[in-house]
Design a protein around this ligand. Structure first.
Ligand SMILES: [Zn+2]
Length: 83
């Protein structure tokens, strides 16, 4: 069984967001990341939220992505995906 590019889950997406915005993702990961955005409205909205946070804060800090905040966002994803 040979699988093509493994698709990113929403949880992985959230974990990669900071690296993506910092330009720290290897190209392969970045492509999977952008592929996920093109298919997932929830993550597109999430990415926009993070972008705005960065715009306001000037940069991404550890505080702006605390584990609690991540959990809240992941809960929100579950709602979005539950149709
Ligand atoms: Zn997603």
């Amino acid at each position: 069984m040979s699988q093509q590019v493994e698709q990113l889950s929403c949880r992985e997406f959230v974990e990669l967001v900071t690296d993506y915005l910092e330009g720290a993702l290897p190209e392969e990961e970045r492509l999977r990341f952008e592929d996920h955005i093109s298919r997932c409205d929830g993550c597109t909205a999430y990415l926009e939220q993070i972008r705005q946070t960065v715009a306001v804060a000037g940069r991404l800090t550890e505080d702006s992505l605390s584990p609690d905040a991540e959990r809240v966002l992941l809960d929100a994803f579950r709602d979005w995906h539950r149709t």
